[in-house]
Design a protein around this ligand. Sequence first.
Ligand code: A2P
Length: 268
Amino acid sequence: VLSKAADLEANAPAGAFVQEVTSVQHYTDRLFRFRMTRPASFRFRSGEFVMIGLMIDGKPLYRAYSIASPSWDEELEFFSIKVPDGPLTQHLQKVQPGDAVLMKKKPTGTLVNDALVPGKRVYMFSTGTGIAPFASLIRDPETYEKFDEVILTHTCREVAELQYGIDLVNETKNDPLIGELAAGKLKHFTSVTREDYPVKGRITDLIENGRLFEELGVPPLDPAIDRGMICGSMDMLRDTKALLEKAGLNEGANNKPAEFVVERAFVG
Ligand code: A2P
């Protein structure tokens, strides 16, 4: 299933770029990230997703992946789950530097700064691989131009699954380009649901019982100043969205910016 980028380039499927994997890092038996080359002509807005694929039995198979790198990065980064019998991820988890990955040409998505009306504080609520679009957004200077405070929440089943986000936030705060911007504004809140951890519980419970705001030292959600972006499983989206609506925030879209936006973390 895996082929070298150089070998596949001559037979690129229609409408797709053939890119080359540059690095791979495995975090747990369920999670890994990879980086690959970026086509010179490929433009996207931080927070968007794109279709990523491999040639399987002679045919391209694609799944939606949020781009985890910011729009200024010369490479593209993705954060992926590994599903033992997942049609794409059972193969994708084996990629090595030099291997080919297919990417369709058009990025899209609603987790973009343009879909939010201006505010003071933005919450990026994520579970599992739902952190990926926020990995892009917290490395984009535009996010810090738009908001005084950027709160990234990440909840996982197990402690080891938080590591990608912890590394990411450290790297972001030490980045020569955006480190200074992020250092004063970016806050990382983590919780775990199935192991012992200083903060235990689902993000929805921590919003409802006020623990999130207590830990952060901020007032409860206020539609006048707070904005939200949500990325996780369908159930997590539904339940988090209901809490934001209860607090008086409205859902926005690219053509109709409002107080919060939602997107499913795709590959499951
Ligand atoms: P839990 O362990 O209680 O199921 P998953 O990998 O299944 O997407 O889960 C990632 C994280 O999201 C887990 O910590 C999980 O908690 C949590 N989660 C699952 N469903 C919901 C939901 N409806 N609302 C909020 N968090 C959820």
